[in-house]
Design a binder for this molecule. Structure first.
Ligand code: NOJ
Ligand code: CA
Length: 573
């Protein structure tokens, strides 16, 4: 019961119950985090007439993954180019100008490979192809070329742990106990299936015990997830070699990196054979050996990066340069949501500080508010777009490499239609316009759009300078103008006692970022002394009309912020 979706629901419930600061790490006012500038990057002048620094200018070096904002695209739901109701690769290409307009540096594509879709594409039947519903390899190549032409990088999702039961490897493996591919999967040919050290995926979603009897040979195969996803046997070197070839195949086609699915589940250890006990669950040393080989392959190509779905677990950091570049942190996410709901950055700062205490140089957390396994951020804040935006402001200014889940920039809500499982609620069609097909398709969408698309759509929000969409653009553009501050910690902004506000400061690459939020559901007023922080006139991005700041007001800036308002100030020093 501990999948990200269930954890997300739990967090949402806790938040709805008003236990905001108690979700994950509790709010802690006393967090003392020193400022540093570990990761110096060139910072363009913050002169008022500077245009936004483009990702093409900023994120071309090997450390792009530490500075860029990532954008996660659910391929089936982004844009349908041919009216069959299913989003496709050509549809994404058609919308790349929109993606580039957000200022993000890379897109992460959900699996688009041939699939029976029992786990929404995470059941891959051919690792080197494109599902006909999504297009062709030529469409993929065109997408990569067009993305690169706009300075956008492309990351594929790679699913190592399991294939689809329809994959030819598995079809052969199950054909007989003597088939040469028999040992490519995890079979129990001897009788009763035995328990593994790591329990299988959440039964509430995957509805399985981990073992299913195969009708052909009347023996049992192991599947950590759905029965249609048999686990590959990574003790077999041929499997390792085949999957390494998959990685090379996409690198040769020009992809800039991978989001690596469920990396902790690669190896199965029978509980009875465990040498070290429960602690190796999800952190098997053989997995790290596999990851190091993967990194060596990636390092053979310039400027590539890989992102682990590994829940921020320390062993995946490696030395900082021998395994993953990035790892998701679900714990930061839970605390970001708590911070968004409460309008108080301290839970997120505290979680990040605790988790990042031992981050090796080169490695970084990827932070996010929602994704395809979790409820939409709006769900965690009672469908309140102001708090969803506040969450985004924290995501985009606190440490880490932020991932914006498609549609979250619109404060899109959870849907109610379900085709595969409950997670479809956060996988609904991208609303480009108001109206029945939400501008996603001229046909019938494969999944009903979420309610609220009269406001949560691109066309409407493009026209409103204070929309979630335009505030995302402004915040990401500001972030880019600062060189994409990803690594420096945040420290609580002192001097806000006696005001209804909370805030934090970060310094990285010669720039300082000051963020002040009003976490109350009523407007608040306070007079701030910012003279210690402002050495010159700052750039300002705010969710309201912030009063002008001039040298004479640095020591006494009277601010009236609307409910759940925020203001971000940036100065170069
Ligand atoms: C994690 C993915 O994010 C999820 O959607 C999927 O169901 C499992 N891994 C299995 O591939
Ligand atoms: Ca289509």
């Amino acid at each position: 019961m501990n999948t990200p979706w269930v954890r997300g629901l739990l967090a949402a419930l806790l938040l709805a119950a008003g236990a905001c600061g108690g979700a994950g790490a509790a709010a802690d006012a006393g967090q003392d985090v020193s400022l540093d500038t570990r990761d110096a990057v060139a910072v363009p002048d913050l002169a008022p007439d500077d245009g936004p620094a483009t990702p093409a200018e900023l994120f071309q070096g090997p450390d792009w993954y530490r500075h860029a904002v990532l954008y996660q695209v659910w391929v089936r739901s982004f844009f349908d180019s041919n009216g069959d109701g299913i989003g496709d690769l050509k549809g994404i290409t058609a919308k790349l100008d929109y993606v580039a307009s957000l200022g993000v540096g890379a897109i992460w594509l959900s699996p688009f490979y041939p699939t029976p879709y029992v786990d929404s594409g995470y059941d891959v039947a051919d690792y080197q192809g494109v599902d006909p519903a999504y297009g062709t390899l030529a469409d993929f190549d065109e997408l990569v070329a067009q993305a690169h032409a706009r300075g956008l990088r492309v990351m594929n999702d790679v699913v190592f742990n399991h294939t689809s039961a329809a994959h030819p490897w598995y079809v052969q493996s199950r054909a007989s106990t003597s088939n040469p591919k028999r040992d490519w999967y995890v079979w129990d040919d001897d009788g009763a299936p035995f328990p593994f050290l790591c329990p299988p995926g959440d039964p509430a979603v995957f509805g399985a015990t981990g073992w299913t009897e195969d009708a052909t040979t009347h023996t049992w195969y192991y599947h950590h997830f759905y029965p249609g996803q048999p686990d590959l046997n990574y003790e077999n070197p041929d499997v390792v070699a085949a999957m390494q070839d998959v990685v090379r195949f996409w690198l040769e086609r020009g992809v800039d990196g991978f989001r690596v699915d469920a990396i902790g589940t690669l190896f199965e250890t029978p509980a009875a054979l465990s040498p070290t006990g429960q602690e190796i669950c999800d952190a098997d040393p053989r997995t790290f050996a596999f990851c190091r080989e993967l990194r060596t392959i990636l390092d053979g190509y310039p400027n590539r990066a890989m992102l682990a779905e590994a829940d921020g677990s320390a062993p995946y950091f490696g030395s900082g340069s021998d395994t993953f570049h990035l790892s998701m942190s679900f714990e930061v996410t839970v605390n970001l949501l708590a911070s968004a709901a409460a309008g108080d950055a301290r839970p997120a700062i505290k979680a990040w500080s605790r988790l990042s205490a031992s981050l090796p140089e080169g490695f970084q957390f990827a932070t996010f508010l929602s994704n395809h396994d979790r409820p939409r951020v709006t769900g965690g804040v009672k469908d309140d777009p102001r708090r969803a935006m506040l969450g985004a402001a924290l995501l985009l200014t606190l440490p880490g490499t932020p991932i914006v889940y498609y549609g979250d920039e619109l404060a899109m809500r959870n849907g109610s239609d379900v085709v595969v499982d409950v997670r479809d609620r956060s996988r609904t069609p991208m609303p480009w316009t108001a109206g029945p097909g939400v501008g996603f398709t001229t046909g019938t969408p494969w999944l009903d759009p979420a309610a609220g698309s009269d406001v949560a759509n691109v066309a409407t929000q493009e026209a409103d300078p204070r929309s979630n969409l335009n505030l995302h653009r402004q915040l990401i553009a500001l972030r880019n103008r600062l060189g994409g501050p990803g690594t420096a910690p945040a420290t609580e902004l002192p001097g806000l006692e006696g005001t209804p506000f909370r805030g934090f400061v970060r310094e990285e690459g010669g720039a300082r970022l000051i963020v002040i939020v009003n976490g109350h559901d009523t407007a608040g007023e306070g007079t701030l002394d910012l003279s210690a922080w402002l050495t010159r006139e700052p750039e300002v991005v705010a969710s309201f009309d912030a009063p002008a700041l001039a040298t004479e007001t640095y020591a006494s800036w009277t601010l009236t912020m609307p409910a759940y308002g925020f203001v971000v100030l940036a100065v170069k020093f």
